[in-house]
Design a protein. Structure first.
Length: 662
């Protein structure tokens, strides 16, 4: 729909709302003014609901009565799911067959049931809920007769106060809506889901031979840590009567579903008319389901109770912490609660000991670079920096190094904020404040512990950097992390906070930058040929895309159709050898420093490491392009890669695989 048509529809909606006596002329003018002044183009109906002038139910009824909704075909067209020719053909067929437009588009294979349901959700402002039997309140479900559920393909979910939420695939089914009104006394909210998903859950529920005994996760207080431990139910259970019990089931479902899908983060966000739940899986944020907006406060309160937060406070930021047990595995959940204008935004990070502690060989380092890396770790003294953006795996790599060094003849002392994973045999200290003086005092205290290895969570200022360097000059190995784009940026960052060049060049061992990329699913991996335009981005001199073999995942049930399963590290490793140290003392620029490092033979750039991951079948070129830093991309124009050098790296990988019997 173009801007003129949208403006005309908004004016028509405002006119009928005034005619119906639902809003006044002044209220309409104010809402239209907000619509024009807003940075983002919002629909007039959304603004009127937000202002409290009308309810969502009133807006839907008026839109239906006066046919003011955006046609679902137009929504699908604007989303790029169908073409104008396909829409016109489907509309002509609709006139002949008197069949819903969405069903015609699905029968022709032009859209899926999920795409239609999402379009209807957008058209009608109904939540889009992925049905699951763990979301169903059995007491509410039994209010609806089985023939009605089967005939109209509807699924009652739960009750919040007097309002029952019902999932339906076709909100235009007037007969179904009338029957829902009769059973609920008109106190209901509709949500939308694909027809096949509703049928699957209905079939599961109707085939149940018995109802599970009411049970709730067992919460135990830990007197030592003050954190709460919560055992998630392993099976579908029937919630005891009451809204709070159903909210408990909903939160349990969100957490357990995220863990079983290998999500690293859970995002629960308040929107103007619904709660949106998303999971971050293998680094990508994916939609999970919507929930009715009126459940928002109860969900927030439930998570606050679990995380030990103050349930009476709603305007401040909170950080909380609790443990859950699922499938005999313990998970550490870290909760961040952030107030927004629409309600709380909740992010829950899921951690396990198995995820946090890895061997060096599991990180994904090239075999030759792994040997260089081990030489850094075995050196008697020196400074090793891990850099990369948040979520790039720096802490995992750092802990893998500590795991490698954690022997009976090595004393390791750390100061971290926070301690991500507890490792037996290592003296780990958690900072209560990240002020420079506090960190510096901790480093001095660590020196009195007669350590061989010192770990500093992050160097962010000159005093901390100098204290770390003095620890190196005293004969210790020092490991730290730093937020920087790449290995060269980490060095520049330390200089930027005031660390003198001669100190860094005389004590540094290595600067390591890393990213995480999605791994191609091993169950559906197949060869493919990327475009020459994409291949040419890597600037491999005198080489062509036809000289290499690449792979992709076509999608299968094992990877939920995305073609990727898990993640692997891509590492840029810069050894501060004499040539690089001399260049640092001469204050050469980053591009020249990169060129010198390439000639040294002990440097593997992020571009090379990523390309090697693609040609060995671990990931795709598209994934690699997405992780390259700005400075790395700038270097493309001046530094070409050597095909011979890349082949040598690949040969070393093949040789190592053969030696291991792979």
């Amino acid at each position: 729909m173009d801007k003129l048509a949208a403006d005309q529809q908004a004016q028509a909606l405002g006119k009928v709302l005034v005619q119906e006596g639902l809003i006044t002329e002044n209220q309409l003018r104010y809402a239209l003014q907000l619509q024009q002044e807003g940075l983002e183009k919002r629909r007039l109906g959304e603004i009127l609901v937000d202002l409290g002038y009308i309810t969502k139910r009133q807006l839907r009824e008026i839109a239906r009565k006066y046919n003011l909704r955006v046609p679902v075909g137009q929504i699908l067209l604007e989303s790029g799911l169908i073409t104008e020719e396909q829409l016109e053909e489907a509309l002509r067929e609709q006139e002949l067959r008197r069949q819903p437009l969405g069903e015609i588009l699905i029968s022709k294979g032009w859209i899926t049931e999920e795409q239609l349901a999402l379009a209807l959700s957008r058209q009608l402002d109904f939540p889009y809920i992925i049905p699951n039997r763990r979301l169903v309140d059995r007491a509410v479900f039994q209010l609806f007769p089985e023939p009605m559920l089967r005939e109209h393909t509807i699924l009652p979910l739960f009750r919040d106060g007097d309002i029952i939420t019902v999932v339906i695939h076709n909100p235009e089914d007037r007969a179904a809506v009338r029957k829902i009104e009769q059973i609920t006394g008109g106190k209901f909210d509709l949500a939308i889901a694909p027809k096949s998903m509703i049928r699957r859950v209905l079939r599961e529920l109707l085939q149940e031979q018995y109802l599970f005994t009411p049970a709730e996760g067992v919460v135990e207080e830990s007197s030592r840590s003050g954190f709460r431990r919560y055992a998630l139910p392993d099976t579908t259970i029937e919630a005891p009567p009451g809204t709070e019990s159903q909210v408990i089931n909903i939160v349990d479902y969100i957490i357990s579903s995220a863990i079983r899908q290998r999500a690293s983060d859970i995002h629960i966000e308040s929107l103007y008319n619904k709660i949106r739940v998303r999971y971050r899986i293998d680094g990508k944020l994916t939609f999970q389901t919507d929930l009715p907006a009126h459940l928002g406060e109860r969900i927030v309160r439930r998570i606050k109770v679990l995380a030990g937060m103050d349930v009476s406070e709603s305007v401040n930021m909170f950080d909380g912490h609790f443990y859950v047990t699922l499938d005999n595995t313990n998970f550490d959940l870290r909760v961040s609660m952030f107030p927004t204008v629409l309600g709380s935004s909740i992010t829950i990070r899921t951690l396990t000991r198995e995820i946090g502690l890895k061997d060096l060989s599991d990180l994904g380092l090239n075999p030759n670079i792994l040997e260089v890396f081990k030489r850094f770790l075995d050196a008697p003294a020196g400074f090793v920096m891990f850099s990369g953006p948040t979520g790039s795996g720096k802490t995992t790599s750092l802990y893998a190094c500590l795991n490698y060094l954690n022997r009976g003849d090595v004393k390791i002392v750390t100061v971290e904020e926070p301690v991500e994973f507890s490792i037996e045999g290592i003296a780990q200290c958690q900072l209560r404040s990240t002020q420079a003086r506090n960190v510096r005092e901790h480093i001095r205290a660590m020196m009195h512990q007669d350590p061989d290895v010192i770990v500093i969570g992050e160097v962010s200022d000159e005093e901390t950097g100098e204290a770390a360097v003095h620890a190196v000059l005293s004969g210790h190995k020092v490991f730290t992390t730093i937020h920087a784009d790449d290995a060269f940026g980490a060095i520049m960052r330390l200089m930027d906070v005031g660390l003198r060049t001669y100190l860094l060049s005389s004590t540094g061992l290595a600067s390591i930058s890393q990213r995480l990329v999605r791994k191609i699913c091993s169950q559906c991996r197949e060869p493919y040929q990327p475009s020459r335009q994409l291949f040419n981005i890597f600037r491999i001199a005198d080489s062509d895309v036809d000289n290499w073999e690449f792979f992709q995942g076509k999608g299968c049930p094992a990877c939920n159709g995305v073609g990727f399963m898990g993640r692997v590290g891509v590492f840029e490793v810069l050894a501060l050898d004499p040539t690089v140290r001399d260049a640092l003392l001469e204050n050469v620029n980053a591009t020249e420093l990169r060129s010198i490092a390439l000639r040294s033979g002990q440097y593997l750039s992020l571009r090379e490491a990523g390309f090697l991951k693609a040609v060995t079948g671990d990931t795709t070129l598209e994934e690699i392009v997405g992780i390259l830093s700005y400075s790395e991309q700038q270097a493309f124009a001046k530094l070409s890669l050597s095909e011979k050098r890349l082949r040598e790296w690949i040969a070393s990988t093949d040789k190592e695989s053969t030696a291991q019997g792979v």
